[in-house]
Ligand binder design. Structure first.
Ligand code: DGY
Length: 350
């Protein structure tokens, strides 16, 4: 079994995951906000747990104060770990994020301090893809407008062109980012007999392209030819605002744009503008630049379906995400390599 240095320094763990000093001590974990109870129980059986049983989140100062004396943090995307915070973490050996995205943590700074960083991939792939497709369908077929129309008592007669939308089947789906979630969205598109185009920094393996009948194209070609555009890239310096006014201008006037990745990948003001001026036909948006604040223009538009960052929010998936993060944290504390380690350079175990 791989062994890591004891979090209490400097001995190595024994086979049971304990060193001479801490054989009688349990490591301490901070859980920064509410997660599913089974994950808290799992942590409590293996560590001293400081559980922030609330959805309010900690301020940067509170976060640093509560972390003091802990060896692990189970964090969420609202907890910010820039280099300035990471440099103040004493004795922390792992930050286990309850999300696949980890743009709230600076992995390079963590690596410098030999702090392991983990995320929760795989368990949310299909759930997130389902929701991206739900937004696509809702925007294309005007589901929310239909609901509001009936609910508000406006439906009083049949009309041949009442709330007519756009077909999804047999249209072209353009996917930015052909990772796990992008592929799962493509698979759904294939179910609707869609033509699949994708653009990414790295071309997908041949087997993936063959299975999904996906064509690797330039970003410009994807923007020009797609009827539906769905974004599945991580937020990185090079993807920040990658969809901006220029990109909306390249899209078809009938295009529908979907974002379930990170808000800052899109210039939200440019999106609102493109929707208002009908540069594109519609959008389905789950993530925003300054959550939970939404660009005021978007709130007034009828051609956008808005959701509060819930693409991975099924009961099963959110439970699994909580458990995976807890397991990653405990693995690190016990000197085992965490299953979802993002910065292997920080791993000093065998
Ligand atoms: C993630 O996992 O990164 C999502 O945005 C939240 O589930």
């Amino acid at each position: 079994m791989a062994r890591q240095r004891c979090v209490f320094e400097p001995q190595l763990y024994d086979e049971a995951g304990l060193c001479d000093n801490c054989r009688s001590m349990k490591p301490a974990v901070l859980v920064t906000r509410r997660i599913y109870p089974e994950a808290v129980e799992y942590l409590k059986q293996r560590a001293e747990v400081d559980y922030v049983d609330s959805d309010d989140g900690l301020t940067a100062d509170e976060l640093l104060r509560r972390i003091r004396g802990k060896q692990a943090v189970v964090s969420q995307l609202t907890d910010k770990f820039p280099p300035a915070v990471i440099d103040k973490l004493e004795g922390v050996c792992v930050i286990a994020n309850v999300a696949v995205g980890f743009d709230n943590i600076d992995p390079a700074a963590a690596t410098r301090r030999k702090i392991l960083v983990t995320n929760t991939p795989d368990v949310l792939t299909d759930t997130t893809a389902d929701f991206a497709f739900a937004l696509l369908m809702a925007a294309a077929r005007r589901v929310v407008e239909g609901h509001q129309f009936v609910h508000s008592g406006q439906w009083n007669k049949w009309r041949i062109d009442l709330l007519v939308g756009q077909d999804v089947h047999h249209r072209t789906l353009g996917i930015f980012g052909m990772g796990r979630i992008g592929q799962a969205v493509a698979r759904r598109g294939r179910g609707f007999h869609m033509r699949i185009l994708y653009s990414d920094a790295v071309r997908a393996p041949e087997g993936v392209e063959r299975e999904l009948h996906a064509e690797f194209v330039s970003a410009d070609r994807l923007l020009r030819e797609s009827d539906y555009i769905s974004v599945h890239v991580p937020l990185l310096p090079e993807t920040r605002k990658m969809i901006s006014a220029d990109q909306f201008r390249l899209m078809k006037p009938t295009a529908i744009f979907v974002n379930t990745s990170r808000g800052a990948v899109v210039d939200e003001a440019a999106l609102a503008d493109a929707l208002e001026k009908r540069v594109i036909a519609g959008a389905g948006i789950d993530v925003f630049e300054n959550e939970p604040t939404v660009h005021p223009k978007l709130l007034k538009l009828e051609n956008v379906v808005l959701a509060p960052h819930i693409a991975s929010a099924s009961v099963d998936t959110r439970k699994k995400m909580s458990m995976v993060a807890a397991e990653n944290a405990i693995a690190a504390l016990e000197g085992r390599r965490p299953p979802n380690l993002l910065n292997p350079e920080a791993w000093t175990g065998a």
